[in-house]
Design a protein around this ligand. Structure first.
Ligand SMILES: [Fe+2]
Length: 274
């Protein structure tokens, strides 16, 4: 990405090809590749992340409040600088690009990245799926387990939620009002995606997900990049037509009992759901 003479970022991705990853992603909605990046790469990426979290850098915006630590949004231009090339490479490798392109050919790849450093005990996010559909790439830069708020995902739930979004919007519902928080009676079985520093996690944001709780004395540092998906309802024709959609009065009928909407923010933290 930087055009520099840095040696390639070392990965230990094993035998899984991008095609196999995509096949599994389509089936489960999320995938954890433990130790995808080797120890030296993690060290370099962590040093870059620490600088982005602590220094005043143009193109890096702090997202406050962040009760459990610090969170910054990094624009893509920042990764063109040689000193942040490692983090940029993490998501722009041929491997990640191939996965993004074959998982969703219409997605826009890599419009910046979010770095999160949590070190104060806190519940990170409640269970939800994202209002705007996307494929996210996330790299743990510290060892992450259940006690350090490992990412949690309800495997397979992405298919059902995508159908719900389509029905909801077709009836004239608004994307920002998508009922993406499960009701109290819904059984959402979450799997903790734990892994050592260097673990790469990929997930379809249509599946129910959350981060758990950070316990005293633990930390979690990660970087994630998003590829937003363009769907039929983004078209101008549909946007104009839905204003006069007579089916709008039936929208409540497609909403499962007890559902709520994050309206762009996850409840536990008031973080923008990027
Ligand atoms: Fe989310």
């Amino acid at each position: 990405m930087s055009g520099s003479a840095l040696p390639p970022l070392a990965t230990g991705r094993g035998a899984q090809s991008a095609k196999e990853v995509v096949r599994e992603l389509k089936q489960k909605g999320a995938l954890c590749l433990p130790s995808f990046f080797d120890a030296q790469s993690v060290k370099e990426m962590r040093a870059e992340a620490d600088a982005l979290l602590t220094e005043q850098i143009e193109g890096v915006n702090s997202l406050d409040p962040h009760p459990s630590g610090r969170m910054v949004w990094v624009t893509p231009q920042v990764f063109n600088e040689r000193r942040f090339a490692r983090l940029g490479e993490a998501f722009t490798s041929a491997f990640c690009r191939e996965i993004a392109a074959s998982y969703e050919p219409r997605c826009k790849f890599f419009r910046g990245a979010m770095i999160t450093h949590d070190y104060k005990p806190c519940k990170i996010t409640d269970i939800h799926f994202d209002a705007s559909p996307a494929l996210k790439f996330m790299v743990y830069l510290t060892d992450v387990d259940k006690d350090s708020a490992a990412f949690r995902y309800c495997l397979g739930s992405h298919r059902q939620n995508r159908k719900l979004r389509n029905r909801y919007l077709l009836m004239g519902g608004q994307l920002k009002d998508i009922p993406n928080i499960p009701g109290p009676a819904e059984q959402i079985a979450l799997t903790d995606l734990e892994g050592p520093a260097g673990t790469l996690i990929l997930f379809d944001t249509d599946g129910f997900h959350s981060a758990g709780s950070l316990k005293q004395g633990r930390e979690r540092l990660l970087i994630r990049a998003t590829t937003f998906r363009r769907d039929w309802y983004h078209s101008r024709v549909f946007q104009n037509a839905k204003i006069r959609n007579p089916l709008r009065i039936f929208v409540p009928l497609v909403v499962p009992k007890g559902r709520q909407a994050t309206r762009g923010y996850t409840r536990a933290t008031t973080h923008p759901d990027l």
